[in-house]
Design a protein around this ligand. Structure first.
Ligand code: ACM
Ligand code: ZN
Length: 746
């Protein structure tokens, strides 16, 4: 039996009389994401062995979820009682008619009341759980929270194909999502490197397609492989369990079945659906492969069979059909594909891709579902009802929103959690990029280019976790957390309430919540920010630190001949000779050490002008070229300047006249990543020019040394590129990159 509102009001009033004086529990608790409205009152609720959870009917899943999470933290669960048997102290879960995911939470000295719709209660449970586990001495401050999400779509993706993740971990992942009030789990189930979902009609998909005979080891540019079979798949029973588990946490699971590209595993199992009929092996390396689904009726019949079983397993409105990175190479030469183009009056292979997606959309729409796909589904014309996931930047999302299509923003720059979250020498191998915690926190899903009407089509955003370089579940946790904490606040909390320093100050204690579940979260963000600036004299540098949270800092200087001895960091450090600077931070017992190697030349601290500036993610200030630090591998976003399809001119102003005999330019040569050594560099002093060709570069970091026997105060360096990526190389015929990390003069 449900009690009426009067009953509750009376009950709460009585309970209120036992209020105690407030202590330091008056502080705003460390909740993530921050609630949209919170008021802290005097007094506290004390959890004791007598505390009960009052819940019945539709409110039961929330109460059970709270207990499940308490159990995961190694804490005692609380008995669940029916609403008709209240006694203090209690935590009541109450269904109301609020919209969607809104909830309210009232904490009084003798009672806690959480109200909301079914999904609202689940979101509120995350708040309540965070309060319970961080309650000091079992005391939770009295407060009132009124909360609702900023964005309707709050997603996290997981690639279980590059590295298979066991079902138990997928369940844990869903708990992590729910803890952060996310509502969508995008399960990337098929790829070149493995097919992970049992399809009863086509048993070869998992018998053969779920296994590869080896994997790429180390960085992509090394192209090294082991021969250890890797694989695994989820049975239909396991998939049903995952979907139910997610439902109980208010999370929709969207399955992704990749087509027409990224299909090597399916084609190895059923080569008859490739253009050549000759695909034999599940891919071992990462990348984009020319073999894709052949566009003809038998392929459609096959895929419709697959999707029919997928729809039986997943009740989601959306089915993700991939659509990304589909080379047109095979289609151009395939008689079957060319016949499909002719029969349908299609002018080129982009229209064939569009035809493919539209046909799949018709099938899924006919079954009452909607398609969602990566932004390449815009190529050749968007399918009429499709939702677009904008990953190659924001352009695809902008175009789709202007075309009145729903959009989920997931640009690589901010939402790809496979990117590095710190500098290379602090981090395990990752795919590349540089997306530290503060960059995620600064993300705004609505592109500034959209007007208010167009912006309505941006339903939310998603973080993607591609696992090429995540070999196990611990590594996934490390890459996900705490970036998901920042991301959840981006999507849940109104932008007017965002404050990076406040977020940092909540994240420090919040780590205990993550620790309670035994999660392998990253603490890289605790490293202090550093600046390297010109020193007081030309040719010297000044190194300074700035903490994000209260912490002790120490520094030490080491050379091959001197051992580092740490002492307290008290302010900027002057640097003028080669060696290694060590920085040690201690944040409430979490100790981290960083090292910075310096290789000085007369150019250290020189003013650098770049014409043009670097491109996109590699547009760093010119000062990184004279900070006496040679870039490391794989490149991260901070140490290198990169130019795409351009030939930069670099101007060095040494600030005084200096006698020199040479200039050294440090570059990167990494052809598989479309980065090529310059063809040559020219140093110009007044009207005298000296040009030096690179010759045949080795892979990795290289140097061009130009003899310049002059007294100079200014120097111009022009960098010549080799032009487009050469034939036989990755991205042949497309613009390539030039990467420079340091200019030195001797
Ligand atoms: C993607 O990252 N290929 C969608
Ligand atoms: Zn074909």
């Amino acid at each position: 039996m449900r009690k009426g509102p009067l009953y509750w009001i009376l009950f709460i009033l009585i309970a209120d009389c036992s209020a105690h004086a407030a202590g330091d529990e008056n502080r705003i608790p460390a909740l993530i994401p921050a609630p949209n409205k919170i008021e802290i009152h005097n007094g506290h609720f004390a959890i004791t062995s007598r505390t009960v959870l009052l819940a019945e009917g539709e409110a039961l899943p929330a109460a059970r979820l709270l207990n499940h999470w308490l159990g995961l933290s190694g804490l005692d669960t609380l008995p669940i009682r029916s609403v008709s048997s209240p006694r203090t102290p209690f935590v009541a879960f109450s269904i109301n008619s609020d919209t969607a995911e809104a909830y309210s939470l009232r904490i009084k000295p003798g009672s806690i009341t959480l109200s909301g719709s079914v999904s609202g209660l689940l979101r509120g449970t995350s708040t309540l759980f965070q309060l319970l586990v961080s309650a000091s001495g079992g005391k939770i401050p009295c407060l009132g929270i009124q909360d609702q999400p900023k964005f309707a779509y709050r997603g996290v993706h997981l690639d279980v194909c590059r590295h298979f993740m066991p079902k138990e971990f997928v369940l844990r992942y869903i708990d992590i999502l729910a803890l952060h009030k996310m509502n969508t789990f995008h399960w990337h189930l098929t790829e070149d490197q493995g097919w992970r979902i049992e399809i009863r009609r086509y048993p070869e998909l998992t018998r053969k397609g779920a296994w590869r005979q080896g994997s790429m080891i180390g960085p992509y540019r090394d192209q090294r492989f082991d021969s250890i079979p890797h694989g695994g798949f989820y049975t239909q029973e396991e998939i049903r369990e995952v979907v139910r588990y997610a439902q109980d946490r208010g999370i929709t699971v969207i399955p992704e079945i990749e087509m027409p590209g990224h299909a090597m595993a399916a084609l190895a199992a059923y080569p008859q659906y490739s253009c050549t009929g000759r695909v034999t092996e599940v891919a071992r390396g990462w990348g984009v492969f020319d073999d894709v689904f052949c566009v003809n009726d038998s392929t459609f019949a096959f895929l419709e069979g697959v999707l029919t079983e997928v729809m039986e397993l997943f009740p989601s409105r959306y089915i993700h059909i991939g659509g990304d990175e589909c080379p047109k190479t095979r289609w151009k030469e395939c008689p079957k594909c060319q016949a499909t183009m002719k029969a349908n009056g299609l002018r080129d292979e982009h229209e064939l891709q569009s035809h493919f997606i539209r046909r799949i959309e018709r099938f899924l729409n006919g079954a009452g579902r909607q398609i969602i796909g990566w932004d390449e589904i815009l190529e050749g014309g968007l399918a009429p009802n499709a939702t677009v996931m904008s990953w190659r930047g924001t352009e695809g999302g902008i175009a789709a929103a202007r075309d009145s299509h729903q959009v989920v923003m997931t640009p690589g720059s901010h939402c790809y959690f496979d990117h590095y979250q710190g500098e290379r020498n602090t981090e395990p191998l990752a795919i590349g990029g540089y997306t530290p915690l503060e960059k995620v926190y600064a993300y705004r899903p609505i592109p500034a280019e959209l007007n208010a009407n167009e912006a309505r089509y941006i339903v939310g955003a998603q973080a993607n976790v591609w696992t090429e370089y995540m070999y196990d579940t611990k590594q996934v946790e490390y890459m996900l957390l705490p970036r998901l904490c920042a991301f959840s606040e981006v999507l849940w909390t109104d932008t007017s309430l965002h404050n990076l320093n406040d977020f940092y100050s909540r994240l420090t204690p919040y780590q205990q919540v993550l620790k309670g579940w035994g999660l392998n979260y990253s603490t890289t963000w605790l490293l202090p920010d550093y600046r390297i600036e010109p020193g007081t004299r030309p040719g010297t540098l000044m190194f300074s630190l700035q903490s994000k949270v209260p912490q002790q800092l120490e520094s030490a200087w080491g050379t091959p001949d001197t051992k580092p001895v740490f002492s307290s960091y008290t302010g900027p450090i002057a640097l003028e000779s080669n060696g290694t600077l060590y920085i040690r931070s201690n944040t409430s017992g979490t100790v981290k050490t960083q090292s910075f190697e310096f290789e000085f030349s007369k150019a250290a601290g020189a003013t650098v002008t770049l014409e043009p500036e670097g491109d996109k993610a590699y547009r760093n200030p010119g000062s990184v070229l004279t900070d006496a630090r040679i870039g490391s591998l794989p490149w991260t976003g901070k140490q290198w300047v990169g130019w795409l399809g351009k030939e930069p001119t670099i101007t060095l102003d040494l600030g005084r006249s200096v006698r020199i005999d040479s200039v050294a330019i440090t570059y990167l040569h990494d052809p598989v990543s479309w980065i090529h050594a310059p063809r040559a560099c020219t140093a110009s002093v007044d009207t005298r020019e000296t040009r030096v060709e690179t010759g045949i570069p080795a892979n990795g970091i290289g140097r061009i040394v130009i003899p310049v026997d002059e007294s100079i105060d200014k120097l111009f360096i022009t960098v010549e590129s080799i032009g487009k990526n050469p034939e036989g190389n990755a991205g042949a015929g497309e613009d390539g990159w030039i990467f420079i990390s340091e200019i030195q003069v001797y």
